[in-house]
Design a protein around this ligand. Structure first.
Ligand code: 13P
Length: 252
């Protein structure tokens, strides 16, 4: 059984000195939080600095996005190999902000996912419905579509290495989190989709994180929800004490 996983997605925050300060505080505060895996995903430009601070600690490094080619004429892009070399062991793939603001299709997400796996990175695959989709009863269909396209071509052994993050788009940055029941309902569906794709044993070993307005005051309840094996935290990961309070809720 894998330990719970808590990821801080710093998004486009954290100039070098800020990133150093934040990572140091998190390092200091997380020393005794055993039994939970903690990942910091700063902007690309702060990876080096956060890697330096995290060295020898229990913190792992993640990136927020990746390109699918190893190298080439792709101005502005970063390859999986480059991320691995920069010390990343995780990478977020298919975040709704990438899908929505940068027009990433399910197809692109699939390519990124496969490329990340080939380079030995652990992808954190984000799925989630908009409010309109939830309101009109399409949540499960949307999730099944996103998950199915992304994982379809993968070997079962590769699916085991993918972390899934359920992030309802309407809960991201809005202060309006999914309730524990709403999260569980979707996580259970994701678990059964994983069973269909990879079999019971592999599906049982996959972690399904919840993301979307996770805060210190709702993390305990969400951490106890059925099938929730961790959290993907945005805004609250920018304050060390808030992020640490969230991590503490997931310590077994
Ligand atoms: P917030 O925690 O700020 O809602 O962001 C969630 C998120 O998008 C993490 O990837």
């Amino acid at each position: 059984m894998k330990p719970p996983l808590v990821v801080g997605n710093w998004k486009m925050h954290g100039a070098e000195s800020e990133a150093r300060r934040l990572a140091r505080r998190i390092r200091r505060g997380s020393g005794r939080m055993r039994g939970v895996e903690i990942v910091l995903a700063p902007p690309f430009t702060a990876l080096h600095e956060v890697r330096r601070v995290a060295r020898g600690s229990r913190l792992a490094l993640g990136a927020q996005d990746v390109h699918w080619e190893a190298q080439g004429a792709f101005t502005g892009e970063i390859s999986p190999q480059m991320l691995a070399e920069a010390g990343c062991s995780f990478v977020i793939v298919g975040h709704s902000e990438r899908r929505r603001l940068f027009h990433e299709s399910n197809q692109i997400v699939t390519q990124k996912l496969s490329a990340a796996l080939l380079s030995g990175l652990r992808p954190i695959l984000c799925v989630g419905e908009t409010w309109e989709e939830r309101r009109t009863g399409k949540t499960m269909r949307v999730i099944a579509g996103q998950l199915g396209t992304a994982l379809k071509g993968l070997e079962k052994s590769a699916i085991e290495k993918v972390e899934i993050a359920y992030e309802p788009v309407w809960a991201i940055g809005t202060g309006r989190n999914a309730t524990a029941d709403q999260a569980s309902e979707v996580h259970l569906r994701i678990r059964s989709l994983l069973k269909e794709l990879a079999g019971t044993r592999i599906a049982a070993g996959c972690r399904i994180l919840y993301g979307g307005s996770v805060r210190p005051d709702n993390a305990a309840e969400l951490s106890r929800a059925r099938e929730v094996s961790g959290a993907l935290v945005g805004g609250a990961s920018l304050k060390a004490e808030d992020f640490l309070a969230i991590v503490r809720c997931f310590v077994p």
